[in-house]
Write a protein that binds this ligand. Structure first.
Ligand code: SAH
Length: 406
């Protein structure tokens, strides 16, 4: 096994159990390693620090698998880590028994580059790093064993794989289902259906965003159901209508849903049809750019009692934070202006480059310019199956605020 030697002092973050080693921290690689191979990590003075996956193409040159320098990184290692990750979910009452559930949340579950989401008895696996890619077989077998799930679909088609020098990999990895109609679990392109907080939702594991669904918003969608009774709701960036249908389930007077994607809105309407208990007459769909639609709603003098803003990532890195900040301010300013007296704004950022404090400051600026007094009544986060390792603050990508205006 090759040995990765750090520059003097660069062991500090590793000793705080942060799993990333940037190129600037690496003094040299002693020996030969191919992408994804396991290497020993030592300080400049030769102190053993752990074992890591080597990613020569990436600025993050290595990611630590284990902070125990004596732990073997083998099939049994992945079996242990995967089983522990699944067991953590089973131990939390709000997660146990969920049909849609994140089973492995990468670094925060001790498995950098590994995302695994469960939809019914299908697992969708997304591998984003050279190290994770190398151990696909061990991870897949461990997932089937730990969950009792029937099959695994791989969705390793995210952009970040390019930074690792990896091609996209998609398709059935374990136990492809029978053709459509025969398997009950959906063939290629035929969506699965899960129950989330009493609402049926189609999950397109082949073509949908992420692994098919935004599982991280599960608890926040439940919160919308609690808040919606009697309210007129505006759901911006609605995707497949997760928040919209929870608002209807919670007794909203009307729900206006906006998204620029025609296919997302088509799935949204199919999802509504999957739920005959909901009053479809109260749902209004708008295929539009949110930035423009908010302006035309304002021009038309429309008012809402609950506005939801869950945009896509505006900033991929800290370098884009400034432009992203302007975009967040713009939609939030408009959203606040559309609120009726006493109305609620539920607003999110999933940009890694925008921290929670900055997000709150952006909102303060938006409220000032909107001429509305607003107070934070709740801080919102990803659900408990998207934990954040304390040593890895980068894991806290989703932050939200529930604001109440005068
Ligand atoms: N709230 C959703 C997830 C939102 S994903 C849920 O809980 O499932 C972000 C959505 O924003 C995508 O559906 C994308 O099509 C849409 N989108 C991106 N830019 C947009 C824009 N400028 N105007 C309208 N929709 C946009």
């Amino acid at each position: 096994m090759a040995t990765l030697i750090l520059h003097p002092g660069k062991e500090k973050s590793v000793l705080r159990r942060h799993p990333w080693l940037f190129s600037g921290a690496v003094a040299q690689l002693d020996g030969r390693a191919r992408p994804g191979d396991t290497v020993d990590v030592v300080s400049h003075e030769g102190r053993p620090l752990g074992r890591a996956a080597w990613s020569p193409a990436s600025q993050i040159r290595a990611r630590i698998w284990s902070f125990d320098a004596a732990e073997s990184i083998d099939h049994a290692f992945f079996k242990r880590r995967v089983a522990a990750s699944v067991a953590r979910r089973n131990a939390l009452p709000e997660l146990a028994g969920q049909q849609g559930l994140r089973l492995i949340h990468a670094e925060s579950d001790g498995l950098p580059g590994v995302i695994a989401d469960r939809y019914g008895d299908t697992v969708v696996l997304q591998l984003t790093t050279a190290g994770a890619d190398k151990w696909r077989g061990a991870i897949a077998d461990s997932l089937l064993k730990a969950t009792g799930c029937a099959r695994i679909y791989e969705r390793s088609d995210v952009e970040v794989r390019k930074l690792e020098g990896l091609e996209a990999v998609t398709g059935w990895l374990r136990n492809a289902p029978l053709p459509p109609g025969g398997g009950g679990a959906g063939g290629e392109g035929e969506p699965l259906v899960i129950d989330e907080n009493g609402v049926r939702m189609a999950v397109d594991i082949v073509g949908g965003h992420k692994t098919g669904f935004y599982l991280d918003q599960r608890e926040n969608r439940r919160r919308v159901a609690e808040l919606a009774r009697g309210r007129r709701v505006l759901n911006c960036f609605c995707y497949t209508a997760g928040f919209s249908l929870q608002a209807l389930a919670g007794g909203a007077r009307e729900v206006v849903s906006v998204d620029s994607s025609g296919p997302a809105l088509a799935t949204a309407q199919r999802n509504l049809a999957l739920n005959p208990q909901l009053d479809a007459a109260r749902a209004i769909w708008r295929e539009a750019d949110v930035f423009a639609e908010l302006r035309s709603l304002r021009a038309a003098g429309e008012r809402f009692d609950l506005v939801i803003l869950d945009p896509p990532k505006f900033a991929n890195t800290a370098a884009h934070a400034e432009r992203a900040a302007r975009a967040y301010k713009d939609i939030n300013l408009l959203g606040l202006q559309l609120l009726a007296p006493g109305g609620l704004l539920m607003t999110y950022s999933c940009s890694g480059g925008i921290g929670a404090e900055l997000f709150a400051r952006i909102l303060a600026g938006a409220a000032l310019d909107a001429g509305r007094n607003a107070r934070i009544v709740q801080h919102l986060h990803g659900a408990a199956d998207h934990p954040v390792d304390l040593a890895f603050p980068e894991g806290e990508y989703l932050k939200g605020l529930l604001l109440q205006v005068d």
